[in-house]
Design a protein around this ligand. Structure first.
Ligand SMILES: NC(=O)c1ccc[n+]([C@@H]2O[C@H](COP(=O)([O-])OP(=O)(O)OC[C@H]3O[C@@H](n4cnc5c(N)ncnc54)[C@H](OP(=O)(O)O)[C@@H]3O)[C@@H](O)[C@H]2O)c1
Length: 222
């Protein structure tokens, strides 16, 4: 599958790109700048010579991808999504975007986000896309190093078929198990958990991620 990653030049975007590419997917590295996309694609090729990385600006990347990943800061949603809304129609669009604030006492999830969550916000701006929220709680550094993450990935979105596609795609990420967490209405909770993970990392050190116990019929975490 051809996967377009908007903000594919950033920490999380590159982390997802290298793992998806290692699993055989073609990656379109999206950026606001062709030059930055090319630099990021060069770096990814160096890290994974067998991978296919095509650098493009975000809108042509949206046109080229079968599935898209939005991996930009939330402040960029309003400018980034509308010009690509037509290109995203009918496609699964994964949002990894979290809206967090960093205060003296730690990281805090923004509660007052347009439309209720970053996932809803993107869905409003690209109404024909099938927005799925996933990967919000994974560590970019561990992904870039292709670590076995030993993490659960909570997946939510309006379309069950789109969630299923993302559950399947997640088998590309070493040591992760994707779990169907239900409708997009839960997006803010998944996004906001990242603030807690950041505070835990600061307090106790390390690189935390989520793991859910007690599920009898879910697949084993690899
Ligand atoms: N870092 C993590 O560990 C992590 C983990 C889970 C989820 N997330 C979420 O994933 C998203 C990306 O995180 P990141 O750490 O990779 O972020 P980042 O490195 O700060 O930004 C990613 C890319 O977004 C583009 N960008 C920056 N500002 C933008 C704007 N105003 N409008 C449009 N594009 C902009 C930049 O690409 P160009 O300049 O090339 O366009 C940048 O390389 C965030 O929403 C974050 O909350 C991050």
């Amino acid at each position: 599958m051809k996967i377009a990653i908007f903000g594919g030049t950033g920490d999380l975007g590159r982390g997802l790109a290298i793992n998806f590419a290692a699993a055989g997917h073609e990656i379109v590295v999206g950026s606001r700048s062709q030059e930055r996309a090319e630099q990021a694609a060069d770096g990814l090729r160096e890290a994974l010579p067998s991978g296919t990385f095509t650098p493009l600006e975000n809108v042509p990347a949206a046109e080229a991808g079968d599935l898209a990943v939005v991996s930009i800061p939330h402040e960029g949603i309003d400018a980034t999504i509308p010009p690509m809304a037509d290109a995203l129609a009918g496609k699964v669009v994964v949002s990894v975007v979290n809206a967090l604030r960093f205060g003296k006492s730690g990281s805090i999830a923004e509660q007052d986000i347009k439309h209720g969550s970053c996932g809803h916000w993107i869905q409003e701006l690209a109404p024909e896309a099938k927005v799925v929220v996933a990967y919000n709680n994974l560590p970019a550094a561990g992904l870039q190093e292709q670590h076995h993450l030993d993490a659960d990935v909570l997946v939510c979105g309006k379309s069950k078929a789109a969630r299923e596609q993302v559950l399947e795609l997640t088998s590309s990420l070493p040591g992760t198990r994707a779990l169907d967490a239900g409708p997009l209405a839960n997006a803010l909770i998944i996004e906001g958990m990242t603030a807690i993970i950041i505070n835990l990392n600061k307090r106790y050190g390390g690189e935390a991620s989520l793991s859910i116990s007690g599920l009898e019929n879910a697949p084993e975490r690899p």
